[in-house]
Design a protein around this ligand. Sequence first.
Ligand SMILES: C[S@@+](CC[C@H](N)C(=O)[O-])C[C@H]1O[C@@H](n2cnc3c(N)ncnc32)[C@H](O)[C@@H]1O
Length: 335
Amino acid sequence: MNTALEPVIQSLIDEKYALIEDRYHSGMSVLAELKNRIFGKKDKSDFKAYRGKRSEFHEASNRLLVPVRDNKIALEKSPDIGWLKELYPDIANFMLSFPQIQGLNSSWQWYLKGISYPGLNKKIHPYYGAYFPTRFEHLRLFYNWLKNYSGPKTAAIDVGTGCGVLSFQLLTQGFEKVIASDINSNSLISVSKSAEKFGFEDRLDILQSDLFDQIDHKADLIVFNPPWLPAQSEITGLDHAIYYEPGLFERFFEQAHNHLNAEGTLVLLFSNLAQTEGVTQLHPVKTELSNYNRFRKVDLLEKKAVKASRKSKRRSHRKNEIIELWVLEKVLSAD
Ligand SMILES: C[S@@+](CC[C@H](N)C(=O)[O-])C[C@H]1O[C@@H](n2cnc3c(N)ncnc32)[C@H](O)[C@@H]1O
């Protein structure tokens, strides 16, 4: 324990704010000590207890503040984060929390570097706040399925497009028109910037929509890589990529049925993560198929998830994870 940091750690825990005034690295040291203090030697395989500590850490760490002046972090030896100019062009002097700065920094690094995804000949550079995958099993599974897809390719809808990766795969594989939608507005900025780079602007409609609320087209193919875990509390922003609220899948299947052409195909990417993490035994796709007569299963492709790296804290939960690609067709009513 670094005793010099003890008063700062105690303030953060006591719900007081603290401002870093010297070096960027001081912020890292404070967060490392705070983590030790809150988590102690807690067993990380107890997922529920771990979640409680995580939210305590989240709140305390966000009381550690960083000064920003003229679009730069006003601390010695700080990283240069282009988002500060892009997102706050007219604010000269303000503060952000250290975790916010870390998030901006990490996002900026990904944006600069870009990511190569299966089936795409150019990198995607995800805009701040847009979800982008860093594991590729589901993208490979979808791309391999798509290469063998022989149905009509007039129009597809990519619900919850994130950084647009599935839309770009669809366009690369010859879909004439793709509608990419997401509830997250940053995701739409991201997709529209990438669409220009790929030269797909004319064949891609990008819109902000809660599921199909703003979509009035029908499609030959609808694809949805939804959040895979049920939310345990209220969710905002990027959490929508990971956690789903009650009723999301009921609404999705009902609306998807209305937006799919008669001979159309519905593809969902999912995994058994909620089961392997002990969160729920319920599986939204299986629930839909057994409770309603709207869709029929055509195929289920499965792939074992690649084990997380040895450094990952979550490796025990990922060990038995299976990624799933569900192919469904529409059940037409008798009348
Ligand atoms: C797991 S991410 C998938 C992103 C991308 N399709 C991919 O495969 O990488 C889920 C996406 O669904 C979006 N989303 C969640 N709830 C939504 C809703 N009700 N309507 C539209 N999009 C939603 C999230 O914002 C997120 O971008």
